[in-house]
Write a protein that binds this ligand. Structure first.
Ligand code: SF4
Length: 317
């Protein structure tokens, strides 16, 4: 698979070191600016500055009902920027169809994805929720891969987010401009083993949708397919799932690689299963043989090379 150009993704501006926080500070992110900048091209957005709140500014928070809170001033309850933030989120989503992912700042009443508190009468309610910009963005584009920067410190979540962004990007750039039953079959073919690593059940269900690609109702089928695909890939694959995918790929070397080499690969897969080595060990060994003697079909599997190897993400999981 060829190296891709950098993938455009949105990011909370403070994570790039822009001094846009309420107090004039920033939250410069080493992960985003060092490792991930190798593959991502960032578009920064600060929703609170964009709606005219300025820097420095009064802090705001979510207040009221969990499902439909208002965004009000922490000291000035009369300051209500709910509609502005929500509409700005919708607008950014609608105007940024070329984005393939988004990294967000945690805890923020605007940018939080999983971590924002909602208050009632000045006291935090249980649970963590989405900020108002994210709520607006999600209403317009519910499938774009989004992640909080803090969670990217977890190697499994980071690896999964980067892989998910690459899948979305492939769909956006290669399938969406010219959708057809044939293109859907070709797209799905590339991701079979990636899906298998995440879920056997989804592997069967997605295969079923694609098997009927040529039947009437293609547009609805495409929507159902992509929604289900993004849903299953959202949750990281576990070790058992990876082992399953690796063994299935090894099966494609039955005719072309001698028994000793297959046993070596099998031993490495088992070492990974037992937690003695990380995923890059059996995956690299398999890749080595697949690239030399594998068929076009197996060589094109995104599971084998889901993103630039230089990121080294499979060295940590
Ligand atoms: S968290 Fe979002 S709204 Fe707050 S400073 Fe960062 S980019 Fe701006």
């Amino acid at each position: 698979m060829q190296e891709s150009p950098k993938i455009p993704i949105g990011i909370s501006a403070c994570l790039l070191g822009e001094e846009v926080r309420f107090n004039g500070g920033h939250k410069r992110s080493r992960i985003c600016l060092n490792a991930l900048a190798q593959v991502f091209e960032y578009r920064s957005y600060c929703p609170e500055v964009a709606i005219g709140m300025g820097v420095p500014r009064e802090t705001i928070r979510l207040e009221g009902e969990l499902e439909a809170p208002r965004v009000v001033g922490s000291k000035t309850p009369g300051l209500d920027v709910t509609d502005e933030l929500y509409e700005y989120g919708r607008r950014v989503a609608a105007e940024s169809e070329d984005l393939s992912g988004y990294i967000l700042m945690k805890d923020s009443p605007s940018c939080g994805l999983y971590s924002t508190k909602v208050y009632r009468n000045g006291h935090p309610l249980p649970g963590k929720h989405q900020g108002m910009f994210v709520r607006g963005f999600r209403a317009e584009n519910p499938l774009l891969p989004m992640e909080e920067e803090g969670r990217l410190n977890d190697p499994v979540l980071k690896e999964n987010f980067v892989a998910l962004v690459h899948v979305y990007d492939d769909w956006r750039r290669h399938f969406k401009p010219d959708p057809s039953p044939r293109a859907l079959v070709a797209f799905h073919s590339r991701y079979k083993f990636l899906v298998m690593a995440h879920s056997q059940k989804a592997y069967r269900e997605l295969g079923q949708i694609v098997a009927e690609a040529g039947a009437p109702g293609f547009e609805a089928r495409v929507e159902a397919y992509f929604e289900a695909l993004m849903g299953v890939l959202q949750k990281p694959a576990n070790r058992k799932g990876h082992v399953n995918a690796l063994y299935h790929i090894l099966g494609y070397l039955k005719e072309s690689v001698d028994g000793d080499a297959r046993q070596d690969i099998s031993r490495m897969i088992d070492s990974y299963r037992e937690g003695h080595v990380n995923l890059s060990v059996p995956a690299t060994l398999l890749n080595h043989y697949i690239q030399r003697v594998g068929s076009d079909y197996i060589n094109e599997q995104a599971y084998l090379r889901p993103y630039s190897e230089a990121l080294g993400l499979r060295n940590a999981i």
